[in-house]
Design a protein around this ligand. Structure first.
Ligand code: PLP
Length: 395
C-alpha cells in the first residue's frame, strides 16, 4: 500500500490510465482543429469529437446532437440556468434547493440580482427535498408568473444524497417547466436516463469521473420540448451556437472514453464501492462513540460517507493525519473557515459541521486503504478527545 492515500474522490478523481491513453494521440500528432474543414487534420479531430459525443450521449440515454461540450460542470450550470432564463425573457421564477453546489447557488443569486425571483427549497434531515414543497413552489401564487426553470442536483457532492429526480422530472414536465440537474457527481456513478427522469438540461464534469480536468458537457433536450438557450460565450458559433470556442479535442476524447468505461463498469464498481464504504462506516461506528453519519444511509452515492466526530475539529484532525487526503465539513473562503452550507441545511450546528469529514471512495481505492484509514482515524480521534476536557472521559 502506498502513502498518501487519496480518499477525496468527490473533489476530483485520478485520470484513468485508459482515458489518458485514448487522449494521447490528440495531445501529440493529431492536433487538428475540429472546425477545420479543408484538410485531414481537421477531419480526424472532428471524427474524434463526434465519437466522444456519442459516447457521452449513450451513458445518459441521450442522442449525440443533444450534447454540448463545455469546460466543466460550472460552465454547464451557468449555461443551462442563465441560458434557459434569458431565452425565456430573462426574468421570472427559478426554483432550486438549499444543498446545491455553489455553481448553481451563485448563478441563481446572480439571476436574483438581475430581477428574477429565486426559491430555494429546504431539505429534510437526510438532505432530500420534499416533493410536496416542489409541487407547492411550482403552483404560481396570485399575480405571480409561471416558473421558468427548476434546477436541482442529482447527487450531492458532500453527503452523497440522491434527490428524487424521477419525481422531480415528472412534476416539472406536468407543469411545463424546464428541469435542469447538476449531475456532476451522479453521471458514471449511478444510472441516469434523461428520458426516464424527464430531464431537459444536465451538467457533466470530466474530472469527477476519472476523466481530465477542464472538460464537461451539457445535455440540452432537442425534442418535447426543444430547449432554447441563450449563448453565454459569443464567438465562432461552435456547438450549434451554444458554446463558441475552439473545441478541447483531447479533453473531449478523454471525457468520451471516461463515459464509455463508466457505462461498462459502473454496475460492478458501484457494488464494490458501496461495500468499501459500508466497511469503513461499520469500522468507525464500532471503534468510536459519539459519531454519526450525515445524510441518507439509503439514498446516497455508493462511494460517499460523511460523518460527524463530536468534539474533534476536523481541521485539527487533518493535521494529525497528513498521509490521508480527506475533506472537512468546512469550506475555506479567502479569509475564514465557513461551515458547510450543506451540513447546515441538514440542521447541523456550526460546531458539528466543523467536526465533520467527507470520505470519497473511488475506483482506485482498496480494502487495505479503507482499513488503514479507519484505524488511523480512530487513533487520532481518541487522541484528540483525550486532550479535550469535554471528552476526556468518554472516549
Ligand atoms: C465538482 C462539481 C461541480 C463543478 O464542476 P467543475 O467541472 O469542476 O466545474 C459542480 N457541481 C457539482 C455537484 C460538483 O460536484
Amino acid at each position: 500500500m502506498q502513502l498518501p492515500i487519496y480518499m477525496d474522490n468527490h473533489a476530483t478523481t485520478r485520470i484513468d490510465p485508459r482515458v489518458l491513453e485514448a487522449m494521447m494521440p490528440y495531445l501529440t500528432g493529431e492536433y487538428g482543429n475540429a472546425a477545420s474543414r479543408s484538410h485531414g487534420f481537421g477531419w480526424t479531430a472532428e471524427q474524434a469529437v463526434e465519437t466522444a459525443r456519442a459516447q457521452v450521449a449513450k451513458l445518459i440515454g441521450a442522442t449525440a446532437r443533444e450534447i454540448v461540450f463545455t469546460s466543466g460542470a460550472t460552465e454547464s450550470d451557468n449555461l443551462a440556468i442563465t441560458g434557459a432564463v434569458q431565452a425565456q425573457g430573462g426574468r421570472g421564477h427559478v426554483i432550486t434547493q438549499a444543498t446545491e453546489h455553489k455553481a448553481v447557488l451563485d448563478t441563481c443569486a446572480w439571476l436574483e440580482k438581475q430581477g428574477c425571483r429565486v426559491t430555494a427549497l429546504p431539505v429534510d434531515a437526510e438532505g432530500s427535498i420534499r416533493i410536496e414543497d416542489l409541487r407547492a413552489a411550482l403552483r404560481p401564487g396570485e399575480n405571480q408568473e409561471k416558473p421558468l426553470l427548476v434546477t436541482i442536483l442529482a447527487a450531492n457532492n458532500e453527503i452523497g444524497t440522491l434527490q428524487p429526480i424521477d419525481e422531480i422530472g415528472a412534476l416539472c414536465h406536468e407543469h411545463g417547466v424546464l428541469f435542469h440537474t447538476d449531475a456532476a457527481q451522479a453521471v458514471g456513478k449511478i444510472p441516469i436516463d434523461v428520458n426516464r427522469s424527464r430531464i431537459d438540461l444536465l451538467s457533466i464534469s470530466g474530472h469527477k469521473m476519472y476523466g481530465p480536468k477542464g472538460i464537461g458537457a451539457l445535455y440540452v433536450r432537442r425534442s418535447s420540448p426543444r430547449v432554447q438557450l441563450a449563448e453565454q460565450m459569443h464567438g465562432g458559433g461552435h456547438e450549434r451556437g451554444m458554446r463558441s470556442g475552439t473545441l478541447n479535442v483531447p479533453g473531449i476524447v478523454g471525457l468520451g472514453a471516461a463515459c464509455e468505461i463508466a457505462g461498462t463498469e459502473m454496475e460492478a464498481e458501484s457494488v464494490r464501492l458501496a461495500g468499501l464504504r459500508d466497511r469503513l462506516q461499520a469500522k468507525l461506528l464500532a471503534g468510536l462513540h459519539h459519531v454519526r453519519v450525515n445524510g441518507s444511509k439509503m439514498r446516497r452515492l455508493p462511494g460517499n460517507l460523511n460523518m460527524t466526530f463530536a468534539g474533534v475539529d476536523s481541521e485539527t484532525r487533518m493535521m494529525g493525519m497528513k498521509d490521508v487526503a480527506l475533506s472537512s465539513g468546512s469550506a475555506c473562503t479567502s479569509a475564514k473557515i465557513e461551515p458547510s452550507h450543506v451540513l447546515r441545511a441538514l440542521g447541523l450546528d456550526d460546531e458539528a459541521a466543523h467536526s465533520s469529514i467527507r470520505f470519497g471512495l473511488g475506483r482506485f481505492n482498496t480494502e487495505e486503504e479503507v482499513d488503514y484509514v479507519a484505524d488511523r482515524l480512530i487513533e487520532v480521534v481518541k487522541m484528540l478527545r483525550e486532550l479535550s476536557p469535554q471528552f476526556a472521559d468518554i472516549t
